[in-house]
Design a protein around this ligand. Structure first.
Ligand code: URA
Length: 247
């Protein structure tokens, strides 16, 4: 069960020492002025408490679905490029959020952030084979993957679906390119470096624009503009029965 003082320190900019002092002085209570227990039942979270002169919502974990825009890297900080993390201002437990996998600088779309290391491991562990679907604007047609399809570094992509789609049905967050001759949707279960770009290159095409539209059960909402995010629950991410973590 999480401790009240720790929850307050994690969810505010107060240090543990500040929180202890505020608790002793009676400056922390329920919104209706009642004293709070030292330990908080997980089922009671998120919980609104009164700290000093403001209401604070306490979370023990946080999961955020971001529509990563083009031109920023999947990182907490970078010397050269803008970072997707800087667009998460105001998200619960911001300091603890970490990206679940990566999207390239020039890939847009669904990027999940979580404070839960186990959830992160479940979603990225190769054994879990979590499907990721991307839409791509392509410069040329592609050939079907041959049997035993292998990339030049020996990696064998696991493609569960590959099909052409209409430009009109492409996700609004897939950048439109005048030079594109066709659009495609591809679902893979891996997360190797530049995997989708390398797949299309090996199939005789070239990716002009790339957008991740789903990851596991999560789908990129069409009404979530690039750069914005939405909180999601573990059930949204994993469903009812996530199963045991991989060793
Ligand atoms: N494959 C790519 O080539 N780039 C990405 O960002 C994700 C998958």
């Amino acid at each position: 069960m999480p401790r009240l003082d720790q929850l307050i320190a994690r969810n505010t900019h107060y240090s543990r020492g500040d929180v202890k002092r505020l608790l002793r002085s009676g400056a922390i209570c329920s919104p209706s002025g009642e004293a709070l227990d030292d330990w908080i039942e997980p089922a009671a979270l998120p919980l609104t408490v009164h700290v000093g002169d403001q209401d604070v919502v306490l979370y023990d974990s946080s999961h955020v679905l971001q529509n990563k825009p083009l031109g920023c890297v999947t990182a907490l900080g970078d010397r050269q490029h803008a970072v997707a993390y800087d667009l998460l201002g105001g998200a619960p437990l911001l300091d603890e959020l970490r990206p679940v996998g990566r999207l390239d600088l020039d890939t847009s779309g669904l990027l999940l952030w979580t404070t839960d290391g186990q959830l992160l491991q479940r979603l990225t562990h190769p054994k879990r084979k979590v499907p990721r679907t991307y839409q791509a604007a392509l410069a040329q047609p592609f050939v079907p993957p041959p049997p035993g399809f292998t990339l030049d570094d020996g990696h064998q992509p696991h493609i569960t679906e590959l099909r052409e789609i209409d430009r009109s049905s492409a996700h609004p967050s897939l950048a439109r390119r005048d030079e594109a001759t066709l659009y495609a949707s591809i679902t893979i279960t891996g997360g190797a470096y530049h995997e989708v770009r390398r797949i299309f290159a090996a199939l005789g095409s070239h990716v002009l624009a790339l957008c991740r539209v789903s990851f596991g059960r999560l789908v990129l909402p069409e009404d979530l503009p690039p750069g914005e995010y939405r909180a999601v629950s573990p059930e949204d991410v994993l469903g009812e029965s996530p199963g045991p973590a991989c060793p």
